[in-house]
Design a protein around this ligand. Structure first.
Ligand code: DX5
Ligand code: ZN
Length: 218
């Protein structure tokens, strides 16, 4: 089980200190939300941010590319030091190629699915992924509410992966994860929990992370 704070919700004016704080609180995954203003309306950060974090921190950098045609930027993020790169199925007609590209750098590959995207076709790429990111909100913004219908999709995905002998693929959930939703997501089969506002929206981040951990183990 892994809580991955999303730095999208951090204070960009004191970025390094924010990241340091959650690492000191015990998180060894940091979720980096990359938005291109095309696949999703906002623009956030580029590979330079990953490079800067890599120089300074030892944690797992979990890069979520909300970018159209992600194959254009995979090399930049891999060379910048990402440990995990996740691409959206909806962002490219060549998702198989994109996942192969990520793997070619010897790093972990993730496939992300929007709430409205079915699990169909998972069996054709499940040998190329280390994680399946099930979006529990529509991507683009922090602070949205968890979509309950995604719980069935998590259960369904877990079942399909186990049946296909790919039970080692970890399911990550992203969006609206907080004290009220994290337990249900875990029961449905998720193992990595991205949390933006539930961590950085609290003044005491250490306490916020500890509370999420407790809710996970209840
Ligand atoms: C949404 C991003 C999320 C977001 C989560 O597009 O992919 O990672 O930062 O934020 P919260 O936890 O506030 O929903
Ligand atoms: Zn994300």
């Amino acid at each position: 089980m892994q809580i991955a704070p999303s730095i999208l919700s951090a204070d960009f004016g004191k970025f390094a200190a924010e990241v340091e704080e959650v690492i000191e609180a015990g998180c060894d995954w940091i979720h980096v939300d990359v938005m291109d203003g095309q696949f999703v309306p906002n623009i956030t950060m580029g590979h330079q941010v990953v490079e800067a974090l890599r120089k300074r921190f030892d944690c797992t950098l979990d890069v979520h590319l909300m970018v159209a045609a992600p194959e254009r930027v995979i090399s930049a993020f891999a060379e910048a030091g990402a440990d995990v790169i996740t691409v959206h199925k909806e962002a490219t007609p060549h998702v198989h190629r994109a996942l192969e590209m990520v793997r070619s750098y010897g790093i972990q590959a993730g496939l992300a699915l929007n709430p409205g995207t079915a699990l169909d076709g998972l069996e054709y790429v499940d040998d190329l992924i280390d994680l399946l990111l099930i979006m529990t909100v529509n991507p683009g913004f922090g602070g949205q509410s968890f979509i309950p219908a995604t719980l069935n999709k998590i259960r369904d995905a877990r079942e399909r992966l186990v049946k296909a002998n790919r039970g080692n693929v970890r399911i990550e959930v992203d969006g609206g994860i907080n004290l009220h939703t994290i337990g249900d997501a875990k029961l449905a089969g998720a193992e990595i929990f991205v949390a933006g506002s539930a961590v950085f929206g609290e003044t005491d981040r250490k306490a916020a992370i500890a509370a999420l951990e407790r809710a996970l183990h209840e």
